[in-house]
Design a protein around this ligand. Sequence first.
Ligand code: SF4
Ligand code: SF4
Ligand code: SF4
Length: 611
Amino acid sequence: QGEVKLTAEVKEDLLAQLQHQARESAIDFEIARVDKVTRQGKTLQVGFAGGRKPVSARRVLICIGRSGDHYKLNVPGEALDKVHNRLFDPADYAGKKVLVVGGGDSALEAAVSLHQARAEVSLSYRGQSFHRPKPENIAKAEALLDDRIWYATQVDRIEPDKVWLKHGNGEPTELANDAVFVMIGREAPVDFFVRTGINLRGHWSPGKIAGFVLTLLAVLLVYRWKTENSEIADWFLEHGWFPNNIDSTVWPDRLPFIRVLQRVAQSPGFYYECLYTLVIILFGWRRMRRTPTPYVRWQTVSLIGFQTVPLFMLPYFLLPLLGELGWFDSGAGAWLADQLFPDDGGGAREYWRSVGFILAWPLFIANVFTQQPNVAWLIIAMLQTFVLIPWLVWRYGKGAYCGWICSCGALAETLGDAHRGKMPHGPGWNRLNLAGQVILAFVFMLLVLRVLSWMLDGEPVGVGLAAVFTGLAFDYQALGVPLNYATVVDYFLSGMLAMGLYFHFSGRTWCRFFCPLAALMNIYARFSQFRIFASKEKCISCNVCTSLCHQGIDIMTFASQGKAMEDPQCVRCSACVAGCPTGALSFGRLAANGEAKLDRLPASLLHAGQG
Ligand code: SF4
Ligand code: SF4
Ligand code: SF4
């Protein structure tokens, strides 16, 4: 019937525009309750409740979000005719005694409009104070209703002419009453989606559970395959399976590049890194097509660039090639290589240490937790962790590293792009954010042990501390189960578990909950200038931003109140900014003089071209 044109910036005007365009296009609305949608050959059948004739359609748009039936109080008397979930015309209640139940914007707005229509309104809310509604709704409700707001109460029972509230201490309060409005939200229409065959986020069907278990098993298999001397790696070796069946000795080894390849040809870890890089490139390209904002384009190019050149080509090809060409055999080249890539004891240089140019301690511990102090790497690591990264976080937020540089972030923003909405939200999960702080404290304790053991080297105390350090960091086992930092944190949490949870809990579980570098940056971020600024007038409280955040941040609460978002968990992925249908969000920083400065690189298509 025509294109939808939305130019208004506030929700009232947007609604008026939509209604006008619907009238202009002669779109008729019919109100009916849909029971399920099923496929019949090439068409879809929309079945209705109450025996109404089904309707056929080629496409069906289900635009109800996750909202279904209204939540119930489950108290006696809730079925009385005077109990409602929606307010249509406040004037109908002029002069009547009305109780509104709830603590969100809808409840407060209903209470205020009923009061303005001269109803005698009381408001019952189970919390001690309001947090989620817009500040102006709170201010209006508190000013108009005053002592008729019953905090920390719950409805106990409803009678034809009264309502009983119960206080936290069990005390009852009786209110004379003509009507009750229960506005405590809606539950997800799980049954409708299941009947319709739509996979609902957060709902675990048997097929989904089986898929999750299979993913975990597949990740376990791949991880053990790429781990030298593991049972799976040995099994592959015994049977001569990939990559042990590659006979690189027959390759012409006159060329230095071929000799470099020969060294890694039978290493599963090399193929794992190839795949990791390839996935980032392919899914990065897909991400740029899915979200064609200038911000996503440059961010993805940066992530692909860091992963491809310094994290993959440098240790596997470029440095070994320079070694083959004799750059590290004598003079300054040899001196530098001796500092950074010492001999592994078998005649080969440890070029893998070069990932430490990008991955900072304590995310990457191998260059700091060495047997003897490696001064070059210690200086580089300390400069990264305590100078460069704090500056980056202060100026641009944690996302400057997590969203633009780090290899884990690269995978999360590319392969994980389609899964970001699977990150669980809520206060319970937010408590788990502290796990990273515990890991950070532990790794700092390891650092202290390591440094002390170096300082007291040769003395009995130093030997003892070195043994404790090595046990806790790399060796300790209980009943044959490795319980040391390298295995539990580096191998299990950051590798196997994080990958296993990717397609069911988003790609940022490690980053949000466990990464010790993130935990350190969360401390730095308390002093950051970075903000996501929100325009309250544009926010229509649709929750898209919050549902897209794979760091579990409730951005809508900030946006609907017009507050700047400064949660240190933010990794600057831009999903909320790009996904906001009204362009209410913008990246920026709060300058020292308190002025909000918006970023010049547009992260939303609604901002692109605005200069
Ligand atoms: S949270 Fe840690 S692993 Fe994740 S992107 Fe940031 S530094 Fe990398
Ligand atoms: S996406 Fe977030 S900021 Fe944008 S309108 Fe919806 S709730 Fe408001
Ligand atoms: S707040 Fe926005 S930019 Fe930050 S991590 Fe969440 S979705 Fe990404």
